[in-house]
Design a protein around this ligand. Structure first.
Ligand code: SAH
Length: 379
């Protein structure tokens, strides 16, 4: 009870802190607002507590079924093989949540002792609370682990990068079309003591990619951009010129650039008002896969997909792994295993809304399941 009251006080103080900041400096960009709500060191949704899972705000694929992390682990092995089975490779995960995906990948890796001897795992996590949760999950990992607050702290070398529901948590900017110009959507204080969206002065578009998306936008259209994702792609492109690299991004989003507001808040597994309670809800926004793909190609990466998550997982062998798991379990668990696996691939559930984009350095062959001769992964 005391802990609950403590969190409530911290969050009340985040709202007060943001209101004071707005009163002093003027309205905040959505990017700054979202960053504070997620990562404010005392009261951000990720920085002050653990929002993932049945008792939290939302649930993710690795928390639904162990098959998800196992298949991504096998994907990493296939990439390592395509790199020529080097004696040293880094598997990095961006935003590892509770560490469940890597724990499941590590289990799948047990059948490849040579890979386990060659791999070092890097967990890229901005929140100390989440990093602690990952340490607990991974306390008996058979491979060396290191935690990094940012991708640029991950050591140089051959890199296999996994990121599930990471990009949707990176803050967005929203630009609104007004006449021939674009205005930034901001968060202001209203006269009732609440937060409200307002439009700021006209701003320049960030670059030519954005100008191309915005060219035919109708009046009132909202163009969303994600500066941190763009910086991430540039960093991957630089690394790809120095050592082989393959990255897998899995997220919810659209494969055509749209013109609408996709900022959303989820609290206790229900949609909420993004301005209502800073720090108490998970804020995220759809990933624009068309934009990601265009930008990744522009910086020289090879791009595969996006594929719907359901198709991706089935092609990697979800069906076979589910059958193997079912054979080994009691009948009481069978229904839960089957329905969890179905949730990941069912088009009405996560199978289509979630999409998978793979990026590689120029010298690597197409990764599974994008390779034309792809065979199901198995251990
Ligand atoms: N991949 C996990 C968790 C997704 S939630 C899963 O599928 O369950 C997003 C994760 O990214 C959390 O661990 C959060 O703390 C972390 N995160 C958010 N913004 C970050 C940033 N800028 N840098 C590093 N980690 C971040």
């Amino acid at each position: 009870m005391r802990a609950v009251r403590q969190v409530e006080t911290e969050n009340a103080s985040l709202a007060a802190k943001l209101k004071a900041r707005i009163a002093a400096d003027g309205p905040l960009s959505i990017e700054a607002y979202m960053k504070a709500c997620l990562l404010d060191e005392r009261a951000g949704a990720y920085a002050s507590r653990q929002p993932i899972g049945g008792k939290g705000d939302f649930i993710t694929a690795p928390e639904i079924s162990q098959i998800f992390g196992e298949l991504l682990g096998l994907w990493a092995i296939a990439i390592w093989q395509s790199m020529g089975e080097p004696r040293s490779v880094i598997v990095a995960e961006l935003g590892p949540g509770r560490g469940t995906l890597i724990a499941d990948a590590l289990r799948a890796w047990r059948a490849w002792p040579q890979f386990v001897e060659s791999v070092a795992v890097a967990l890229v996590e901005a929140s100390p609370v989440m990093a602690e949760a990952q340490r607990q999950t991974l306390h008996d990992a058979p491979a060396p682990l290191r935690w990094c607050a940012r991708l640029d702290e991950v050591p140089e070398g051959r890199l296999i990068l996994l990121a599930n529901e990471f990009i949707d948590a990176l803050p967005i900017r929203q630009l609104v079309r007004r006449g021939n110009s674009w205005r930034e959507r901001l968060v202001a204080n209203d006269d009732k003591g609440c937060f409200a969206f307002v439009e700021g002065e006209a701003v320049a578009l960030e670059d030519q990619v954005q100008a191309a998306w915005g060219r035919d936008a109708p009046e009132g259209a909202i163009l969303e951009t994600r500066p941190e994702a763009n910086r991430l792609l540039c960093e991957l492109a630089h690394r790809a010129t120095r050592a082989p690299l393959a990255a897998l991004f899995i997220d919810y989003g659209h494969d055509e650039t749209g013109f609408s507001d996709t900022l959303q808040a989820v609290r206790g597994h229900r949609f909420a008002d993004p301005l209502a309670a800073p720090g108490e809800a998970d804020l995220s926004a759809h990933v624009d896969f068309a934009d990601l793909k265009t930008r990744a190609e522009a910086v020289g990466l090879k791009v595969y997909g996006p594929l719907p998550q359901g198709e991706f997982l089935l092609k990697l062998g979800l069906g076979q792994r589910r059958e193997r798991l079912l054979e080994r379990t009691t009948s009481a668990q069978k229904a839960a295993i089957a329905s969890a696996a179905a949730r990941l691939v069912d088009p009405q559930q996560m199978g289509v809304l979630f999409k998978v984009l793979a990026l590689t350095s120029a010298g690597l062959v197409p990764p599974p399941p994008f390779a034309p001769e792809h065979l199901t992964l198995s251990s």
